[in-house]
Design a protein around this ligand. Structure first.
Ligand code: SF4
Length: 361
């Protein structure tokens, strides 16, 4: 790896080369001010930048674009979002995953409105619900052009290659952050942050980096050593455990499904879903109501951050019975409002003859 002095020397030239490339090649994104407007002093909308950054945590631009359009059409300002009912926002978020982010999104919108707008400094931004080191730096740099260093997975990859850092992640994170800081210019730090993101997404990609088309090829040690595709090195991940459970899909005779509202804290907190057992190694049966439950063949598989889940699905048709606590039969039911794993359960339930016109009584 080059030493810090050399990194300092090349940092400025590297940033200049990257910004020249960005001026020609910036991605057009719905929350972004393009480089020509940015240079003219047009400021990005903090609401749109914040919303996009929260949505983009752990997700790709392609997956986020439709959600972003729907959110900003329905709630064009942070004030509008702050005034929205929780359940409506959670339903609109369904499918994006990591539902704690949706709850924090609302909490943050309400604090921002109560305090009269988004703060302009990173430290103040960081005190808001759901805004951590990365998002606070991104908003401060992109919206307010503060010389903050924005480090996400893309940036770690680019920096590890530029300086040929062979120490594995996550141990190398502090070193990569320090090197990224050395690269960050005082002029146009917001454009620089977005240029790094764009380079990582389109040129310095995880597999098959396009070094032949890279504006930084002449500064890049990994390119010179022909080891780019091997970086960043990673400590092997621990094998994820598999948990199992049963999801119960009950339909009333008018077709209304029984859904529960999950507890506000924890996995899928506050979202609607099918009643079910614990998710564990050996779950005990826990049907929500007495019915003639039929267990369908096959399983629904879903992977969360820390474990794989295998659910069997039990289905039943029921008469007009009372629903258990925290559950209700929904005459207005849209499977698209469910989180992904629950939507998979619904899809699997369709493989059984759930819509048998002779309900069990
Ligand atoms: Fe990445 Fe290759 Fe560019 Fe180096 S030269 S920054 S490895 S794309």
């Amino acid at each position: 790896m080059r030493d810090e002095t050399e990194a300092n020397r090349t940092g400025q030239r590297t940033a200049e080369a990257l910004l020249r490339w960005y001026d020609q090649s910036a991605r057009v994104l719905p929350w972004r001010i393009g480089p020509a407007d940015s240079v003219r002093g047009v400021q990005a909308d903090p609401y749109r930048v914040w919303l996009s950054e929260v949505m983009l945590q752990q997700t790709t631009v392609a997956a986020v674009k439709d959600y972003f359009h729907r959110f900003t059409k329905r709630w064009p300002t942070v004030e509008a979002l702050a005034a929205a009912p929780d359940a409506v926002v959670m339903a609109e978020w369904a499918g994006l995953g990591y539902y704690a982010r949706a709850r924090n999104l609302l909490a943050c919108a309400r604090v921002v409105v109560a305090e009269g707008g988004f703060p302009t400094e990173r430290e103040a931004l960081r005190k808001l619900p759901g805004i951590g080191a990365y998002t606070s730096a991104a908003i401060a740099a992109i919206v307010w052009d503060r010389p903050e260093t924005v480090v996400d997975g893309n940036v770690e990859r680019v920096v590890s290659r530029l300086f040929a850092v062979t120490d594995p992640l996550p141990k190398s994170k502090p070193k990569l952050a320090k090197l990224a800081e050395i690269l960050t210019p005082q002029q146009r730090p917001g454009d620089f942050a977005q240029a790094m993101m764009d380079l990582g997404a389109t040129v310095c990609t995880p597999r098959n980096p396009k070094c032949g088309n890279c504006p930084l090829a002449g500064f890049c040690v990994a390119n010179a050593q022909d080891i780019a595709a091997t970086l960043p090195a990673k400590t092997p991940k621990a094998v994820k455990p598999t948990r199992r459970g049963v999801a119960y899909v009950a339909l009333r005779e008018d077709g209304a499904p029984l859904l529960e509202t999950r507890p506000p804290r924890g996995l899928l907190g506050g979202m609607q879903g099918w009643p079910g057992t614990e998710w564990s190694g050996a779950p005990e049966p826990a049907p929500p109501i007495v019915a003639d439950w039929r267990h369908l063949p096959g399983t629904v598989r879903h992977t969360f951050t820390h474990f794989h889940l295998e659910l069997t699905v039990a289905v039943a048709q029921v008469a007009d019975v009372a629903s258990p606590e925290d559950s209700a039969f929904h005459t207005e039911f849209n499977p698209g409002d469910l989180p992904t794993v629950m939507r998979k359960v619904w899809d699997h339930a369709q493989t059984g003859d759930l819509f048998d016109p002779q309900p069990a009584r």
